[in-house]
Design a protein around this ligand. Structure first.
Ligand SMILES: [Zn+2]
Length: 375
């Protein structure tokens, strides 16, 4: 389930592309700063309409370039058998959602370098267009110059060796190869990433106080964003490490509460939900599961209809549910929960329901293990 603040644009080469709402802000801001600042300053004799036309066009082409950068990462990942869930454009550029770690340092290096490689190549292509267009069209020349510069900057910026920037991924892969340990490599690469992030923040604040407050704040915000990204990448890594080697059978609860399919919702609420204080109910019997019902599903039915609505009418049929087996790795369980936006997954064993893994189960498991530093 996608968060609501993402707008789906469609698929490119089978990969869903979406924009975050923050992207619309940056798109408007970039168009406005080009049409109202950059172009009039450099080309004072153009018309207002041309400033805006080129402002919007340049912004679109810029985000098209960002998309190509992310597509580069995605296609290399996919060619290595690593699934790519989506590409999201947001305020600081783009991000391809690649949920698994690459399997070897060399693959990580290839996957990381292709993005900046595409950006720099695009930059050079735009620079070539700039050089050629200089002979006949000033607007084309202006747009190409801007896009050439910004793509090359984007490529170089991403090569900064702070994880999770592309350069940081390369650094991590080099450390990984040197020490043979992905966890230690990630620790060091994220530390460097945080140093880079603090550098951006300090530099941005200094610039903000020495006159260039918009540019300075922007740089400081990029620093803040990088710091957050480094921390969350590190946490993700720690989480994966804690879950590594453990399976669904270890955390599932087997005392599921079964309710009969003919039960009406008013009775379900009165006798089960309000008394048992659980969020999720199973319908049918362990060897013949019909489906699953949560408080959320009951909520969707108007209260007045509860006495006339049976559990079997609102349940989610088991065939439509993602289920896991006793041996499903916990990492995968967590990925399914996050991707589908659900709080529980039924655990099946040869067509028979043997338990449920809930988000609470997983969180308790993670907390206990991290508190005791156990593996
Ligand atoms: Zn990249």
């Amino acid at each position: 389930m996608l968060p609501k603040e993402h707008i789906r644009l469609g698929k490119v080469l089978g990969i869903p592309v979406q924009v975050d709402l923050s992207w619309i802000l940056i798109f408007l801001w970039l168009s406005w700063s080009l049409a109202g600042g950059y172009f009039p300053r450099n080309y004072p004799h153009w018309s207002l309409g041309l400033y805006w036309l080129l402002g919007v066009l340049t912004s679109l082409l810029f985000f098209g370039s960002v998309l190509l950068h992310e597509l580069g990462h995605s296609l290399v990942a996919r060619s290595q058998g690593v699934p790519v869930r989506s590409i999201t454009l947001f305020i600081f550029g783009g991000a391809a959602e690649i949920t698994e770690e690459p399997s070897s340092p060399n693959r990580e290096i290839a996957m990381a370098l292709v993005g900046p490689g595409i950006s720099v190549a695009l930059g050079l292509i735009f620079m070539a267009i700039y050089a050629l267009a200089g002979l006949f069209s000033e607007p084309v020349k202006a747009v190409a110059l801007y896009l050439g510069g910004i793509n090359i900057s984007l490529g170089l910026f991403n090569l900064i060796p702070g994880f999770p920037l592309d350069g940081g991924r390369v650094l991590r892969a080099i450390l990984w190869r040197a020490y043979g340990n992905l966890v230690i490599a990630t620790q060091w690469a994220t530390r460097v990433g945080q140093v880079v992030a603090y550098g951006f923040m300090v530099f941005g604040i200094v610039r903000a106080f020495t006159g260039d407050w918009i540019g300075g704040l922007w740089i400081a915000f990029i620093g803040l964003f990088l710091d957050g990204a480094a921390r969350s990448a590190y946490m993700q890594m720690t989480l994966n490490n804690l879950l590594e080697g453990h399976v669904a059978a270890e955390v599932m609860t087997s005392d599921c509460l079964w309710v009969p399919p003919q039960l009406t919702l008013d009775l379900l609420v009165e006798h089960y939900i309000l008394r048992q204080n659980r969020r999720c109910y199973l319908v049918g019997q362990p060897d013949h599961v019909l489906g699953l019902l949560t408080v959320h599903h009951v909520q969707q039915v108007p209260r007045a209809n509860w006495p006339y609505t049976r559990v079997e009418q609102v349940l989610v049929p088991i065939e439509r549910l993602r289920t896991v087996s006793l041996e499903t790795p916990l990492r995968e369980v967590l990925q399914h929960m996050t991707a589908d936006g659900v709080n529980q997954l039924p655990v099946m064993d040869g067509g028979r329901l043997v338990g449920m893994v809930t988000r609470e189960n997983l969180i308790t498991f993670i907390q206990n293990r991290s508190l005791l530093s156990a593996k």
